[in-house]
Design a protein around this ligand. Structure first.
Ligand SMILES: Cc1cc2nc3c(=O)[nH]c(=O)nc-3n(C[C@H](O)[C@H](O)[C@H](O)COP(=O)(O)O)c2cc1C
Length: 163
């Protein structure tokens, strides 16, 4: 069983969650940024993580998911500034799941991730971002230990589906 944990990150939040997932799984495993993955077909399961950008999936992750051979098992995780379980974050996860429609999605996980206050200020001025940017300030302490513990639990649950 060969497991890949891969992620895209700009400010480190998603990488933190990726490392918690990586630490929680056993067996033969690798952790790499999405842009460094050479052969996605060479793994039995891929945990793929991304920050929500503009209610959606960053292009590098979209391209990565599209490269994965059909039928491969995948688990998706995300960090986002908006509220956990809220509609905005859910929309992005649903989009990622639809990109993976040729794959076997074993699970999804999302938690909040702090947003640079300067970015929040700039985004509040843009109508298309105001909805989530207004709540983003309260993400300042995330991902926290409780988020990372949830991520570990998610990783173990997905791993158990493989045995
Ligand atoms: C350009 C940009 C767009 C973003 N768009 C959203 C969004 O639409 N919804 C949301 O909840 N968070 C949004 N965020 C916040 C990030 O998803 C959040 O801070 C995430 O944890 C960053 O992860 P990273 O540190 O791995 O890059 C955005 C952040 C940036 C920089």
């Amino acid at each position: 069983m060969k497991i890949l944990v891969t992620y895209f990150t700009q400010t480190g939040n998603t990488e933190k969650v990726a490392r918690a997932i990586y630490g929680a799984i056993g067996g033969k495993k690798e952790i790499l940024p999405v842009t460094d993955v050479k052969d996605p077909g060479g793994y039995d399961i891929i945990f793929c993580g991304f920050p929500v950008h503009a209610h959606s999936v960053p292009l590098s992750v979209e391209n990565f998911i599209k490269q994965i051979p059909p039928g491969k098992k995948i688990a998706l995780f995300t960090t986002h500034g908006s509220l956990r379980g809220g509609e905005l974050a859910t929309t992005a996860i649903e989009h990622a799941v639809s990109l993976a429609s040729q794959l076997k999605v074993l699970g999804t996980f999302g938690c909040r991730g702090k947003v640079d206050p300067k970015v929040v200020e700039a985004l509040l001025k843009k109508p298309e971002h105001r909805a989530w940017a207004e709540t983003a300030k309260s993400a300042v302490s995330h991902p926290d230990e409780s988020d990372l513990e949830d991520a570990r639990h998610f990783a173990k649950k997905v791993s158990m589906m493989l045995t």
